[in-house]
Design a protein around this ligand. Structure first.
Ligand SMILES: [Zn+2]
Length: 295
């Protein structure tokens, strides 16, 4: 069993060319929090001479302060999430120089998010008709485009102290259960900020525009790459003011809020995604205050 686990994990080993011996799972060499919320950020101090931990197949990123590693739990209905990593020490003197790998793993409980009742989206009939099953193929193509955009890992992580894309209150929280007119249920993968049609929407931090175009369900959408696998997305815009590839500064206007795509009414849907894991944007900004090094 260890062999199988080892061969799966060795893809991220820092010592790929040595013969490695897996002994057993050990205790983690750093202290992790005992619980995390859905979409929560897990922060641990950087441990010298060790590779960073991993979560959901993603390697923790180093904070701009250089002092911490962080990873995002993602939107999950699981009760816990597994963190794992490796330590390497030189083996017994009797053998030739074979580093010997210890793998550690640690399970963090996922705190039950506040339970709220499933809200049934009251999508106008004309909007719903524009994105029903007739458009399944186009929706699939657009999902593939977005997967490719979010798979990018290029760029140095922004050092900005991120801020909300507009000063407004949350009208629908991260992870809230939703139901569509066809009965399909899902969890809200961002937060909705109250915004009348035409409110300026600004970048939460510096980066580069990865995507800026109309899509069926998200409507007019802008995606910003903040580096090292961190993205923010801004949906349902009435106007887009930036182009793909353009460098962006924190606070720069990306467009105007609106009601394009699958919506009941105008608002800004804002998402934060780290290496494919959805973060709770509000929680992410709180956690980031300690990590950006400028506060
Ligand atoms: Zn939303």
């Amino acid at each position: 069993m260890f062999a199988a686990i080892y061969f799966t994990l060795c893809a991220f080993s820092f010592f790929p060319s040595y013969n490695l011996v897996v002994e057993e799972w050990t205790e983690p060499p750093m202290e992790f929090p005992s619980t995390v919320i859905p979409g929560g950020v897990i922060v641990v101090p950087v441990a010298k001479n060790l590779p960073p931990p991993r979560i959901n197949s993603a390697t923790f990123s180093k904070s701009p302060t250089g002092t911490h590693w962080f990873g995002v739990n993602g939107l999950s209905s699981q009760r816990s999430v597994l963190i794992y990593g490796e330590t390497a020490t030189q083996s017994k003197p009797s053998s030739s120089w074979h580093p010997h790998i210890s793998l550690y793993r640690h399970r963090i409980s996922i705190a039950n998010a506040e339970r709220s009742r499933t809200s049934v989206l009251r999508i106008p009939a004309s909007t719903w008709a524009a994105m029903d099953d007739k458009f399944a193929e186009r929706k699939q193509e657009e999902r593939k485009i977005m997967r490719d955009v979010l798979d990018q890992r290029a760029g140095v992580l922004s050092k900005d102290c991120f801020r909300r894309p507009l000063a407004s209150r949350v009208v629908s929280r991260f992870g809230a259960p939703r139901s569509l007119p066809n009965g399909h249920t899902y969890s809200h993968n961002g937060v909705d900020l109250r915004a009348a049609e035409g409110t300026p929407v600004t970048a939460m931090g510096s980066g580069q525009v990865s995507y800026a175009h109309a899509m069926l369900v998200p409507g007019n959408i802008v995606v910003i790459n903040h580096g090292d696998g961190l993205f923010s997305r801004y949906l349902h815009l009435s106007k887009i003011h930036v182009k793909a590839g353009e460098p962006i500064k924190i606070g720069q206007q990306l467009g105007l809020s609106g009601a394009t795509g699958r919506v009941e009414a105008p608002h800004l849907h804002w998402e934060v995604i780290w290496k494919g894991n959805l973060a709770d944007p509000v929680h992410f900004l709180q956690a980031w205050e300690q990590l950006c090094g400028q506060s």
